[in-house]
Design a protein around this ligand. Structure first.
Ligand SMILES: [Zn+2]
Length: 521
C-alpha cells in the first residue's frame, strides 16, 4: 500500500506499507526489507531490447521496479522514469549514491536501496558526502558515525574494515535520503538538485532531459526562494510558466511605459531604489522591471517566482542572458499601445532594452546612476502629465487572470504589500508566502459557478484536511499548491491542493487538500 502526502513536481512525500511495516518515503531499503520486494527476473532495461521477454519476467508486486539503471544513458533513465510514473511507488534499484539520490528522488523515485553503498564499500570506496575516498589512501576514519567512531584503521583486519565502510556508506546515503524528505517538505528540492548536478556532467544531462517534460504535477506557486544559479534554472517549470502566463495575461493600459532595473529586495516596490525613484517621480504609467532571467510587469511583482527569487548579480550580462531577457521584454511591450517608452536603466539592463526595442524610440533617462538627481530630474520630466494609474487594483485584476483566468472587481484596502480586495466583504488578498492570491467566499462562489479549480467531495463535514478517499471529482487543471474550492451539498470552502487534480481522484489514500476556511451554503 502506498499513498502520497505531498507532491512537488515528480517528487513526493509518501507512506509505503510493506508487511506491516510503515515507511515514510522517499526511503532507503536495506537488509530484511529488500527481501520483501519482488524484483522480477529481468531488469527494466530489458524492456527496451526484448519487450516480450520482459513481459514474462517482469516483477508482479505493488511496486514499479526500475532496475538496470547502471546500463542506461541519461536519456534512457529520464524516459524510464517517465514511463513508470503513476500512483504506484517507484523503486530505483541498485543505483542510489549520496551524489545522485536527490536527483533520483526529483525524477520520482520513492524507494532506493543501499546496494551501491555496500558494493562500493567492498570495492574499497569510502563515501565522504559527495566525494569518494579510496581506502588505501586513508590513514584514519574521518567520520564519527557509530561504525567509524574510535576505530583504528591500521589495527583492523581487511574484512572488519570493509564491514565498517559498508555501514558508514549506508549511513551517508541514509542521511542524504532524509535530506530529500526535508527538502520536499520545504519545497526546496529543485534548488538543491541543480547544485548537486554540477558535480557530474551525467547528472546535469539527466536533469536537462527531465526538464523537457513538465506535467500537471509541477506547482505554479511555492513557499521557497527560487534560485537562478545555473543554466538549468531557465528550464525550471515555474520560470517557463511565469513568462508564458504573464505574456498571456498582461494588459497594459497607459500611453507611456517605464522600464526599471530589478532590485535584490522583493517585492521590488519595497526596495530602496524603487522607493527613491517613486518619491522623486510621479509614476502613473505601466512599468516593466528587467531582471534575469525574469522580466516582470509591475502588476505581477507579487506573483511567484517574481516575489521570491534570488539571482547572482555581477553587473556582467552574457549574450545568452541578454538575448533571453530581451526576447521576453519585446513580447511584453507588444501587448501595449505605448506612444512613449522611457528606460531608466544602466549597464546590462540597457543592453537588454537596446536589443529588445531596436525598432522603438526609447528615451534613456539615466546618466550614469539611476538614483543621481540629474537622472531623476530627467525621468520626472519625461513622466509628467499622465493621469492617475490605479496600480493596486490592476495588481488584483492581473493576478486573478494569471491564477484563475478571470477577474472580479472591488476596492483595495491595506498597506502594500499586505493588500486585499473588498466588495462589501473580503474577496481576495495577496499571500506573499506562496506568491499568489488567497480567496474568500465571493470569489469561491464565482469559481463554483464556473467549475474552475473546484473539487467535489463526499457528504461529510470537512474540518482540516480532505483525503483522497473523500474526493469525488476534481478539475484536471489543479496543480499542487493551487488555491482550490471544495464543496458538497452543505459546505464549500477554500483550501490548498497538495497534489494535482487527476491524482486526488485516482488515489485511494493520501492528502488531497489542506483546508483554509469553510462556509455553509
Ligand atoms: Zn562513518
Amino acid at each position: 500500500m502506498f499513498y502520497t502526502e505531498k507532491r512537488d513536481g515528480f517528487a513526493r512525500l509518501g507512506v509505503f506499507e510493506v508487511n506491516g511495516l510503515i515507511l515514510k518515503t522517499p526511503a532507503m531499503l536495506e537488509e530484511e526489507l529488500l527481501k520483501k520486494i519482488d524484483f522480477g527476473k529481468a531488469p527494466y532495461a530489458v524492456k527496451k531490447i526484448f519487450p516480450e521477454i520482459y513481459e514474462d519476467l517482469k516483477p508482479s508486486g505493488d511496486v514499479e521496479i526500475l532496475s538496470g539503471l547502471q546500463a542506461m544513458s541519461p536519456r534512457e533513465i529520464a524516459e524510464s522514469f517517465s514511463e513508470l510514473r503513476g500512483n504506484r511507488p517507484i523503486y530505483a534499484v541498485a543505483y542510489a549514491e549520496p551524489v545522485n539520490v536527490s536527483l533520483l528522488v526529483y525524477l520520482g523515485a520513492d524507494l532506493v536501496d543501499n546496494i551501491m553503498a555496500i558494493a562500493k564499500a567492498y570495492n574499497g570506496i569510502y563515501y565522504m558526502g559527495d566525494i569518494e575516498l579510496r581506502l588505501e589512501r586513508m590513514t584514519e576514519f574521518p567520520c564519527r558515525c557509530e561504525f567509524c567512531r574510535g576505530q583504528k584503521l591500521n589495527e583492523l583486519k581487511r574484512e572488519e574494515i570493509l564491514r565498517i565502510v559498508a555501514g558508514h556508506n549506508t549511513e551517508q546515503l541514509r542521511m542524504e535520503v532524509q535530506k530529500c524528505r526535508i527538502l520536499i517538505e520545504e519545497e526546496k528540492l529543485r534548488n538543491y538538485v541543480e547544485a548537486k548536478t554540477k558535480l557530474n556532467p551525467e547528472l546535469t544531462a539527466l536533469l536537462r532531459f527531465s526538464d523537457l517534460e513538465h506535467g500537471v504535477c509541477f506547482p505554479r506557486f511555492r513557499r521557497s526562494t527560487c534560485y537562478f544559479n545555473s543554466q538549468e534554472s531557465l528550464n525550471r517549470f515555474e520560470v517557463k510558466y511565469f513568462l508564458n502566463r504573464i505574456a498571456e495575461c498582461y494588459r497594459p493600459k497607459t500611453r507611456a511605459l517605464l522600464l526599471l532595473p530589478c532590485t535584490a529586495k522583493k517585492p521590488y516596490l519595497l526596495s530602496q531604489t524603487h522607493r527613491i525613484i517613486r518619491s522623486a517621480v510621479n509614476v502613473n504609467v505601466n512599468e516593466i522591471i528587467i531582471s534575469s532571467p525574469l522580466v516582470v510587469p509591475r502588476e505581477f511583482e507579487l506573483m511567484y517566482p517574481a516575489v521570491n527569487y534570488d539571482t547572482p548579480v555581477t553587473g556582467y550580462w552574457s549574450d545568452d542572458e541578454v538575448a533571453f531577457v530581451a526576447g521576453w521584454l519585446s513580447r511584453l511591450v507588444e501587448k501595449g499601445k505605448f506612444e512613449k517608452i522611457v528606460a531608466h536603466v544602466e549597464g546590462g539592463y540597457r543592453k537588454v532594452v537596446e536589443r529588445a526595442l531596436k525598432d522603438h524610440d526609447v528615451v534613456f533617462t539615466s546618466e550614469g546612476n539611476v538614483l543621481d538627481s540629474s537622472s531623476l530630474k530627467k525621468l520626472k520630466k519625461e513622466l509628467e502629465g499622465y493621469e492617475k494609474y490605479d496600480l493596486f487594483s490592476e495588481m488584483f485584476s492581473h493576478a486573478f487572470r494569471y491564477q484563475f483566468g478571470f477577474e472580479l472587481g472591488g476596492f483595495v484596502r491595506g498597506k502594500y504589500p499586505e493588500i486585499e480586495l473588498q466588495n462589501k466583504e473580503r474577496v481576495a488578498r495577496f499571500d506573499l508566502r506562496y506568491g499568489n492570491l488567497d480567496i474568500y467566499s465571493p470569489f469561491a462562489k464565482e469559481l463554483l459557478k464556473r467549475g474552475d479549480y473546484c473539487i467535489r467531495i463526499a457528504e461529510f463535514e470537512p474540518t482540516t484536511t480532505i483525503f483522497c478517499a473523500g474526493v469525488e471529482s476534481a478539475d484536471q487543471k489543479i496543480r499542487p499548491n493551487d488555491v482550490v474550492v471544495f464543496y458538497n451539498s452543505t459546505y464549500y470552502g477554500v483550501g490548498i491542493a497538495r497534489m494535482h487534480g487527476k491524482e486526488m481522484v485516482e488515489a485511494k489514500k493520501g492528502v488531497a487538500v489542506e483546508i483554509r476556511r469553510r462556509y455553509r451554503f
